[in-house]
Design a protein around this ligand. Structure first.
Ligand SMILES: Nc1nc2c(ncn2[C@@H]2O[C@H](COP(=O)(O)OP(=O)(O)OP(=O)(O)O)[C@@H](O)[C@H]2O)c(=O)[nH]1
Ligand SMILES: [Mg+2]
Length: 293
């Protein structure tokens, strides 16, 4: 059989389960997952390799109307995912009625490449609701193949994967066959810490946070990591640290546990907090943090 390879890009509203699905395909926790919208800020490649195929999944940020510079960069990652896709996975969740951004939606409806419309979270629905939703999306996006799935319970995920392989073009591999992603180790450290911040802080705090790992020293037994948690204002710094440092400590303990699993090694994690005024609106800062798509 001829070798197949291509880009399969996952696009949709915030919080519908895009990252959960990519992790399910790859079998590793490449993307962080939380119950909050705008968890994913980057385009993250997850590679699934076989003898005669290489699928290059892209997880992308949920589609929003950008209100500040960071969000504009996030949406440019989504745009890039439209441009190079061989197959589009357009994900919606049960109960959802529309994609809020008309321009993106019309790109999906008029797509020349195959679109699989994945109706996710069907574990939360009943038969009647499911049928109504399939009907709705069939009318809205007639060019798509509609597949009800549960990314969380991995229902129909294998079937979607097999269909993707059928749709992929013949092509040699784009990356070495032992490669899993395009992101460096430090990226996953930053994301793991950010996940804990999304989980434990309210309102605007997680959205004002960026992580930078300054030091990564690996020896035989242990990895020593030092990372900075950047916030936009002094008041936010106090909140991140918490009473006698308790809130920050919890972030550190939980992130370390996850990182020990990820790297399969003992981790020493040092965290500190720094104010980086209005980094979300500063071109140069954004570039430094990898939002320069
Ligand atoms: N019940 C149920 N929950 C799910 C399913 N898939 C994802 N979730 C939950 O939905 C929430 C959002 O999941 P994510 O994978 O982070 O969603 P996302 O689309 O990547 O979100 P953004 O990155 O913010 O755009 C998490 O709480 C997941 O556990 C599913 O199939 N069923
Ligand atoms: Mg995500």
């Amino acid at each position: 059989m001829a070798h197949k390879a291509g880009f399969v890009n996952i696009i949709g509203n915030p919080n519908v389960g895009k990252s959960t699905l990519m992790n399910a395909f790859v079998g590793e926790k490449l993307s962080i997952i939380t119950s909050k919208a705008q968890t994913t800020r980057h385009r993250i490649l997850g590679i699934v390799n076989g003898d005669d195929f290489q699928v290059l999944f892209s997880d992308t940020p949920g589609i929003i109307k950008p209100a500040y510079q960071l969000q504009e960069s996030m949406m440019s990652f989504v745009k890039s995912a439209f441009e190079d896709a061989d197959v589009l996975l357009y994900m919606v969740e049960i109960g959802e009625q529309e994609l809020k951004d008309e321009a993106f939606f019309s790109k999906i409806k008029n797509s020349k490449i195959p679109v699989l419309l994945l109706l996710n979270k069907i574990d939360k629905s009943n038969q009647e609701q499911l049928e109504a939703q399939v009907q709705l999306w069939t009318e809205k996006v007639p060019n798509a193949e509609i597949v009800p799935i549960s990314a969380l319970e991995e229902f129909n995920v294998k079937e979607v994967f097999n269909r993707i392989i059928e749709l992929l073009p013949e092509s040699p591999a784009f990356y070495p066959k032992d490669q899993l992603t395009d992101k460096p180790e430090r990226f996953f450290i930053n994301e793991t810490i950010r996940e804990k911040i999304l989980m434990h802080y309210k309102k605007e705090i997680p959205y004002a946070v960026e992580i930078e790992t300054e030091e990564f020293l690996e020896d035989e037994k242990i990895i020593r990591i030092r990372s900075v948690i950047m916030v936009e204002r002094d008041t936010q710094k106090g909140i991140i640290i918490g009473h006698k440092g308790s809130a920050l400590k919890r972030v550190g303990v939980e992130a370390r546990k996850d990182l020990e699993k990820f790297f399969n090694k003992q981790i020493h994690l040092e965290l500190y907090v720094k104010v980086n005024k209005n980094w979300r609106s500063n071109q140069n800062q954004l570039k430094r943090f990898g939002y320069n798509n």
